[in-house]
Design a protein around this ligand. Structure first.
Ligand SMILES: [Zn+2]
Length: 178
């Protein structure tokens, strides 16, 4: 299959910043590279929005979506209340089931709740308005709350497991294959 995996923000925009200094853009660029490497190891074609540690601006990343069977962009959520938490995936209705599967796998890995409708946020019901990446057919993964120190630490401890969960969700193993 052909996948596009991109990292939110970048090109000088750090995205959300944790009290402890970690930035959304850097964490999600690292996660993107790990997910892409795992998908390639499974035999898939993967386009990313930049070489290792590089993170193109959104307008350039958008061009990679129509070339892919599935396109995801990785973000972290943030809120003024540091106890807010959980994972959600924003998409158009036709990608609802994939959105929910991704959210559930990440929720299981990080032991955090799913938000929205079973992990899925319908873009039309989102307070974020119309996201270019979603309108172009992609899924936005809000992996966890970077503003929640407990979730951030758990993510840092388990980021390899999160990458594995995302890659396996996008490319389910062929059970029974030899
Ligand atoms: Zn973001």
């Amino acid at each position: 299959m052909n996948f596009t995996v991109t990292a939110g923000h970048g090109a000088g925009d750090p995205g959300a910043v944790a009290k402890s200094g970690e930035t959304e853009a850097a964490l999600m660029t690292e996660l993107r590279d790990d997910v892409a490497a795992r998908l390639r190891a499974m035999g898939h074609q993967v386009k990313t929005d930049g070489a290792k540690w590089e993170n193109w601006p959104l307008v350039r990343a958008l061009k990679l979506i129509p070339q892919a069977d599935v396109a995801i962009e990785l973000h972290t959520n943030a809120f003024t209340n540091s106890t807010a938490g959980g994972v959600e995936v924003i998409s158009l209705p036709q990608h609802r089931e994939m959105a929910r599967m991704l959210a559930r796998r990440i929720a299981h890995t990080l032991e955090v709740p799913v938000r929205g409708a079973g992990g899925w946020i319908d873009q039309s019901a989102s307070a974020r308005g119309r996201l270019g990446f979603v309108n172009a057919g992609g899924l936005i993964v809000e992996t966890f709350f970077i503003s929640n120190p407990i979730e951030l630490q758990r993510y840092l401890d388990r980021k390899l497991l999160v990458a594995s969960a995302i890659a396996e969700c996008l490319s389910p193993p062929q059970w029974g294959a030899t």
